[in-house]
Design a protein around this ligand. Structure first.
Ligand SMILES: O=C(CO)COP(=O)(O)O
Length: 128
């Protein structure tokens, strides 16, 4: 099983409820990892799952996606759970694309929807 320390979690507005439900149903497992999130997503996860500690970066449209992309480039993130909304135009679409691009460049496990995130989390072992 691949070992991981830090999981980044992000959701667009229409997908935040889904991500909170995902976090709630995996709360015990997620508590073994360091969690980082974009600002609003992180706040929502903490409200939904008070036992989880989430490091909150800036909100996505204000640079949070880029901050998390930079953390991928510096090797600080081991997996990305990003519930994207494919039905809404985003002013920061280029940031979203840059983030998912870096996840691909660095061959990071990346789940873009709930079905994949459930399967991904089951395969991940908390590392040192
Ligand atoms: O826009 C986002 C990802 O592209 C998410 O940002 P927030 O978590 O701040 O809403």
């Amino acid at each position: 099983m691949p070992q991981a320390r830090c999981i980044a979690m992000i959701a667009h507005d229409q997908k935040k409820d889904d991500l909170c439900a995902f976090a709630g149903s995996h709360e015990a497992r997620l508590s073994a990892f360091t969690l980082v999130a974009t600002g609003t997503t992180g706040g929502r996860i903490q409200q939904a799952c008070p036992k989880l500690t989430v490091r909150r970066m800036k909100s996505g449209p204000l640079g949070g996606d880029q901050q998390i992309g930079a953390m991928i480039a510096t090797g600080e993130i081991d997996a990305l759970v990003f519930f994207v909304d494919p039905l809404t135009a985003m002013p920061h679409d280029v940031d979203v694309k840059a983030l998912t691009r870096l996840a691909i460049v660095y061959d990071l496990p990346m789940a873009l929807n709930r079905a994949t995130a459930d399967r991904l989390l089951r395969t991940m072992e908390p590392g040192e």
